[in-house]
Design a protein around this ligand. Sequence first.
Ligand SMILES: [Zn+2]
Length: 251
Amino acid sequence: MDTILILLFFLLGLIFGSFFNVVGMRVPQRQPFTNDRSMCPQCTHQLKWYELIPVLSYILQHGKCRNCRENISLLYPSTELITGVLFAFCYIKNGLTPELATALLLMSLLVIILVSDIRYMLIPNKILLFFLPLFIIMRVIQPFEPWWSSITGGLAGVLILAAIILISRGGMGAGDMKLFGLLGIVLGLEKIFVVFFLSCVIGAVIGSGLLIFKVIDRKQPVPFGPHIVAAAVITYFNGDVLLNWYFNGLM
Ligand SMILES: [Zn+2]
């Protein structure tokens, strides 16, 4: 039974991932994402249902548009696959509890931001504002112990990033700051510090990796969002382990 549900959440994630691709691509460009049909960005060929199957269509078409043979960005199937895996892990961690809804919402936000930040170096306000009330409602229904950890977490998230933005002048923007505020509400006071620490470590490792292998040069800006997303995912699923490590290491 459990295996079936895990698989079900994986498949649900694939489908939602496909939708998050559209949201992450269109919302920053102020395009509607609800009424018009999906099409190839190169030749505007309208996609048939069998060209819209998450991951599978990409594999069957060898990563090319059926009409113009242009390469389809690897970002699309990657997003679908990532969402599938994350949704499955949300169920494995939480079972069928109210916290599962929070987890799924959090992963949805993170995937959409991943898409739009990689594509446009932008974290749209519209997306953040959509999730803010949902996260507040979920943390009222499922409060932390102590309950004010959400409020202080949100404030701490904003303040840490505001300080970094003032000190560093560039690198991180207002979008990153607002995202940290949201993450603080969902993850609480202690874990927002874990997210911050991890996103700096991930950013440093990936940033220097990209420089060493000359994928980018020193002047090229790198979106910081994906590092925050990775840090938030690790913290959500393993935050307690990391906190225990840290505190036991101090003793
Ligand atoms: Zn095409």
